[in-house]
Design a protein around this ligand. Structure first.
Ligand code: 2HA
Ligand code: ZN
Length: 269
């Protein structure tokens, strides 16, 4: 069977980035079994021929109303699929869907009828919100980074911006490359509407949001950008954990050193 990616280098490149990221998630130990999700708005890479492609199955309700996503296209990891398999075979472990004109359902159009992630309603709600506020963000990533999740088991770290400031102070680059820091969403049932709504509220101020005792949700212009922010925060978390394992509380950069970084890199906070 011919893949939708054939003869479409730009779309293929976007899917390759997703596959590459999925591989990193597995290698880092952040994606056990079917853990984590990726959805990317690929509408910009869709041509007339793709728009005319018939659905591979009937329309499926999203369970949410997405008025601003009508006629938009997404690549989504498949439900119960593994990141490590997505890395090698993206079009067999994920699919391209089209949001129907009702804005309430979707059709799978390529390459195979792989049903999208169970977290589709929350991911799509985030993408709908990005359209609403005119954000250029196209990619959303959910994963289970070990050190960050471990830190979310400690109540004092869940106060607003406590973890952000701690992680920024571990190594100068973290503030430069994750300039908004880490938002916090108190524990909520995975896949719930409450989790989606709380995440959207935090995305007003942050590009990476911690789901207490579960994982992180990150967004960006593309999937690499979302991944890089989680990677940078995790590097800081690992430095903190290593220092604690050596038996001391790390000093962290001084307030003056942090201010100097903000000025040098024109950072918002
Ligand atoms: O879909 O990680 O939280 C797999 C998950 C859900
Ligand atoms: Zn999860």
């Amino acid at each position: 069977m011919k893949s939708i990616l054939e003869g479409r280098p730009l779309l293929a490149q976007e899917i390759e980035k997703i596959a590459e990221t999925a591989g990193y998630l597995w290698q880092k130990g952040w994606a056990e079994r079917n853990g984590g999700n990726i959805t990317v708005n690929i509408t910009d890479f869709v041509d007339e021929e793709i728009r005319r492609l018939p659905a591979l199955c009937g329309a499926i309700s999203t369970g949410v109303c997405l008025p601003l996503l009508k006629g938009c296209y997404f690549f989504c990891k498949g439900t119960n699929k593994r990141m490590r398999d997505l890395a090698r075979h993206p079009m067999q472990n994920g699919s391209i869907i089209r949001i129907t004109d009702s804005g309430e359902s979707y059709e799978i159009i390529a390459d195979e009828p792989v049903k999208p992630t169970s977290e589709l309603p929350s991911h799509l709600s985030v993408h709908n919100y990005f359209r609403e506020i005119g954000s250029p963000y196209r990619a959303s990533l959910h994963t289970h980074p070990i050190e960050l999740v471990a830190m979310s088991h400690h109540k004092p770290f869940l106060e607003k911006d406590v973890l952000t400031n701690l992680l920024w102070s571990m190594i100068p680059e973290t503030k430069a490359f994750c300039p908004k820091g880490l938002g916090i969403v108190p524990y909520k049932l995975p896949g719930s509407v409450e989790l989606a709504e709380a995440t959207i509220r935090e995305l007003d101020d942050y590009d990476v949001v911690m789901w207490e005792k579960h994982g992180v949700f990150a967004v960006g212009n593309d999937i690499m950008e979302a991944f890089d922010q989680v990677d940078v925060l995790t590097k800081s978390a690992q430095i903190y954990v290593n220092a604690r394992n050596m038996g001391f509380e790390p000093d962290g950069m001084t307030a003056e050193q942090m201010r100097e970084m903000s000025v040098a890199f024109h950072l918002p906070k």
